[in-house]
Design a binder for this molecule. Sequence first.
Ligand SMILES: Cc1cc2nc3c(=O)[nH]c(=O)nc-3n(C[C@H](O)[C@H](O)[C@H](O)COP(=O)(O)O)c2cc1C
Length: 197
Amino acid sequence: MNRIEDPDTLEAALTLIHSRQHISPKRLGEPGPDERQLAIILNAGGAAPDHRRLTPWRLVIVPAERRSLLAEAFAAALAERDPGAAEWQLQEARDKAYRGPFLALAIARLGVALGKTHPQERLIAAGCALQNMLLAAHAMGFGAGLSSGTSLYSPRLRQLFRLGDDEQPLCFLSVGTVTRGSTSKPRATMADYTSSL
Ligand SMILES: Cc1cc2nc3c(=O)[nH]c(=O)nc-3n(C[C@H](O)[C@H](O)[C@H](O)COP(=O)(O)O)c2cc1C
């Protein structure tokens, strides 16, 4: 289907885009997507515009039984940048690794190795892939969000996720069931970002 003929269906598609909201991992509970639902969400990423079809992004899923590794990396990253961090702060850092039923790190290949496609284009492709995944999750009734934070850029995280020299961590993608709603924020409209030459 290349065009939505039915006005109601078109309205529904646009409503879907506009009603997507960032849902913080703190507000995501069980159930998360099952295997089939997850495949739909992740495969939506492959439909992103991707100049020269390089797939310059990848996701590393952090399953429940490996969350403790991420928790320790978050705590170690905090201790590295703030050697005086209190135990409760380290624990708070660890806790972040356990939020959300589905958690994955999104990574982009931004180094020179991929050749002619400018890193900026590759970053856009990765961002579009993430947006497709967010929209697919939202369409299926899940809440989803992207999260970053200073620890993302620590050597500990690079080590844990075995990032190559040409790779950069972008953000975490979390998906689950919304446990607490949020108030919608005013959004930019075309007047905020459009002008004519
Ligand atoms: C790469 C990236 C990283 C983000 N990291 C965070 C984060 O660490 N914490 C957070 O609250 N929101 C994070 N967000 C979500 C934005 O805050 C959110 O998209 C923005 O407030 C607009 O809200 P909306 O998505 O509901 O329209 C991130 C978004 C992007 C694109």
